[in-house]
Structure formats: C-alpha cells, structure tokens
Write a protein of this length. Sequence first.
Length: 306
Amino acid sequence: MTTDAPSAAALPAVWPRRALLAVVALGGVESIAAATAARDPGVAAWPELAAAIDARDDTDPVFVAQDWIGPSARLHIPEAAYLPSVARADLHGINRFHMVGWADDGDTAIARDLEGLPKPTIEARQSFGPLVWTTYSATSAAVVIERLTDESSTMHVTTAAGTCRGRGSFRCSEGTVEPRIAEIDYRPRACLGLAVSDGTTVKLTWPSARLGDSLRGHLGMSDYNARLRNDAPVLIVVRVRDTEILRTTVSDLQGWWPFALPTTPGVAAVEIELTAGLSGTFGANGYDPTPTRVTCVELRTIGGTP
C-alpha cells in the first residue's frame, strides 16, 4: 500500500496553514519573552534592599541599571527617584555611586555615561534575591565646580530682540528659555530648554563663571515626535574670555551630543550661542512653525580632570 504525496494543487492550501501556525507559535514565544522581561522580583526583595540602601552611611547617588526595572526601583527606593540621578548628564564629576538592578547587569548603564572616563571599580556588591546592589568608585578625582545651566541667578539670556525677562525661566520675544527634564535619545536629561521661533539665536552668558580644567556640556533635541518631524541641525558657538573655542552644528542623529573644552582655572566670562534654523515640525498639512522641537543644553565647569 502506498501513500500519495500532496498534489501540486493541494500545496497552496497546506503552506498557508503551516505559515499561520508558525506565526501563532512565534507570537506565543514573544509573549512568554515579554512576560519574562517584565517580571518583578517580588515583594520580598524590595523592602530588604530599600532598607539596606536607606541605612548606608553616605549620600552618594543611586542609579538603576535597567530601564525596564526603573519604575519599580524608584517606587520602592526613594533615593533612586532623585532627579539628579534619573536625569544625569554623564558620570563626569561623580566619583562614587550605587547601582541597583536585576542580576549584575550594571555595565551597560555605566558604559552609556562614561564618555571617555575609565571604567569605575567595584567597591562592594550585595544580592537581595534576584536584585543586586553594587557600589562603584571612580579612579578620577574630577569635581563639578559649577553647573552653569542651573545658575539662573548669574545667567543672562539675550536674543536679537533684546534681553529676555525672568530668572530661572526666561521669556524672550521669540519664545522661552527654561529648565526642563527632557527626553533626548530615549532617556530623561536635565537641561536648559530653548523653545524659540525659527532662526532665533539665543545667547547664554555667565559673566563670572568659576572655571576649572574643562568646560563640559551636552546638546540635544527633544522630544521623539518633534525630532521625527524635524531633523534640522543646530549651530552652537562657545566663547571663553571673548575667545571662540567651539563652533559646530549638531543634528538630532547625534543624540545627547557631548563636548569637552580645555580651560584655564580662574574666573572668566563664558558665552554660548545656539541657533536652530527650524524649530517647528513637518506634518500632513506641511510645516508648522510653532516651536515644538526644543533645543536642550547643559553646561558644567569641571576641575581635576585627568
């Protein structure tokens, strides 16, 4: 007795069914993977970890290793929710910190923020069920002298139309300049946000900045939807003691773009000019000039840079 193979006419009906089964099976695997990735370590581990961190004998910042565990970590560990920790610019000037996360996967989070620094050393590590608390110390002795974009009382903001009004938050004829927590390159960042009309040059000046060995900052565009509809670059010019030390354009493809400029310690005037050719967005009805894409900048003076 023999069994006939499927006829050519039957094949079109067989393969679609097999393809459908494969898609269903793949969907099941992805569902299991998603559920696994979204797992919570459970109620038992969090209180014990939170109590240990609360009892530590320092005030060093507490970071979260994985983005997916961030909401749970910040819910149970208040120290992990502090904005300087969540929206940090990088690891420059941070010489000791704590990292909490799932297993030992803290290296990825650290690597994103090193920006030329040597990898910090592990000082201590302790496990709480699947959660791990690691303390790191940096090999450099660099310190942040001033966070210039946070110093609203000493910062002057001007445009072609004149001096912008306010302190902390500034109102200009062409828009606003104010502190923000902005999404840049898919991460929160603390910065000074410029929401101004097309082609506006905003000049930020600190007449008596305390300089160290370097002037370090970042430039980026917020947020995702605005970047998607406007990829025009931004011109940045930096001057120290009336001498231009940086002039370049930055695009949204460069993400949270870092710059570090050597300086001579002392007190001197620092100035940044930022010009966004286009601040609006393109949509189904064409170009909307309303400044919905925000240019964000942060600037610090750092001493003791290795």
